[in-house]
Design a protein around this ligand. Structure first.
Ligand code: SF4
Length: 398
């Protein structure tokens, strides 16, 4: 039996560096049945395989037209050759069908990407050699750490909030999905959880206790629901060996007071600066009010020394911020906030000035500065309130 597995996001997105868990589970499932499994890196000669699995997480990842045209996202109908199987939110968005439980609950094949990683290393090494430069393997391998260092899985599934912008619409509660043992590989240094709303699970405490008892750094990659934080949750989370940034979301301005209370709670338990919040923008509207709401949230987070990460809303068909009169502001704000090295050291105005200073053509105004000036002219009060705020000036003032 010849099986080809295509991680469409790996092929279609140049900077994508995260293993596709479904591909890894499929690989393990078929290898266990003595199949010849290949991570296929193109869409050629697919008729030579008994089964070809194509998995895609992101809707805007490119796949060949004959595949894209063979999948109806709304009805989930598929008209493709019978050896081709497609799946994932990238093809079916919130309607993506579940995997067969035997595959879903299979230990992933964490070595599916090994040959691809080895060939990337070889290529980079040769390129450096040709250019007469030294190759630092250790620093090059950092970009593959999610493939090499982590056990990955979902301890819970589902969410009760049903946020209209989220693919997670199938369930109305959070429930235990996989025991850690199902995907935990003791030879791996860390644990990466992909749960959507672990803090909303009635068993959250047992889950955290178990993770802490593993004595390995862990992280909830998709972010946690800050609105559900309690004293007990904070105490456990912020005393755990957490890997990288603590990530939460501040999607709605209506949650401002609640998030404010929770930020105070976080700061009661932790002084760490690696706390990040996704800030969704351009969803309800893309007008000046939306820009102001973005600023209100950024300012509050800044005050509590948390980092905003601007998420510009897009769905399977539309990217509303791109059509906005304030498109330039969305781009400039995202560039400033999403690069902590700038956000921590410069106000928005200073960031735009630094960009302008790089312009060589006399009289040319760079896009960031233009966005700032245009918005300031139209809304001087908003600009006065926010454009000169600096993260480092709030240090220790919460
Ligand atoms: S809380 Fe998070 S996971 Fe739940 S529906 Fe909203 S965005 Fe999705």
């Amino acid at each position: 039996m010849k099986i080809a597995i295509i991680d469409a996001d790996l092929l279609g997105r140049t900077k994508h560096r995260f293993p596709n868990l479904v591909c890894e589970k499929l690989s393990a499932y078929w290898k266990e049945r003595d199949a010849e499994v290949e991570l296929k890196l193109d869409y050629e000669d697919l008729d030579k395989y008994d089964r070809v699995y194509i998995s895609k997480v992101f809707t805007d990842t490119w796949v060949p037209d004959w595949i894209a045209n063979g999948v109806n996202m709304d009805t989930c109908e598929v008209t493709l050759p019978e050896n081709i199987f497609v799946g994932g939110t990238g093809f079916f968005f919130e309607k993506a069908p579940d995997l067969d439980p035997e595959i879903e609950h299979h230990m992933p094949d964490y070595h599916l990407y090994d040959d691809w990683i080895a060939s990337e290393v070889k290529r980079a090494e040769e390129e450096r050699k040709k250019a007469g430069k030294k190759f630092n393997r250790t620093s090059f391998m950092v970009k593959f750490k999610e493939y090499t260092d982590y056990s990955i899985g979902f301890v819970t599934r589902g969410c009760f909030r049903k946020c209209p912008f989220c693919v997670n619409q199938k369930y109305d509660h959070v429930f235990c999905h996989s025991p850690l043992e199902e995907f935990y590989d003791p030879s791996r240094k860390k644990i990466c959880l992909l749960d959507d709303n672990v803090l909303g699970c009635p068993s959250w405490k047992k889950i955290l206790e178990k993770l802490i008892a593993m004595k390995k750094p862990f992280k909830f990659k998709q972010g946690m629901d800050e609105r559900l934080l309690t004293e007990e949750k904070c105490e456990m989370l912020f005393n755990a060996s957490y890997d990288g940034d603590y990530t939460f979301a501040f999607d709605n301005i209506e949650d401002y007071d609640l998030i404010h209370r929770k930020l105070k709670l976080i700061r009661k338990y932790s002084k760490v600066t690696n706390i990040k919040f996704y800030v969704l923008v351009g969803f309800k509207s893309t007008d000046a009010e939306d820009i102001e709401n973005m600023w209100k949230r950024v300012e509050l987070l800044m005050r509590y020394q948390c980092l905003p990460y601007i998420m510009r809303y897009r769905n399977k068909n539309e990217t509303p911020w791109k059509e906005s009169k304030y498109r330039g502001m969305y781009v400039a704000m995202a560039r400033w906030c999403n690069q902590p090295s700038f956000f921590k050291k410069k106000s928005f105005r200073q960031y735009c000035e630094a960009n302008q200073a790089l312009v060589k053509t006399e009289g040319h105004v760079c896009s960031s500065m233009k966005a700032l000036l245009d918005f300031e002219q139209e809304f001087p009060e908003i600009a006065k309130k926010y454009f000169d705020l600096r993260f480092d000036e709030f240090d220790g003032k919460w």
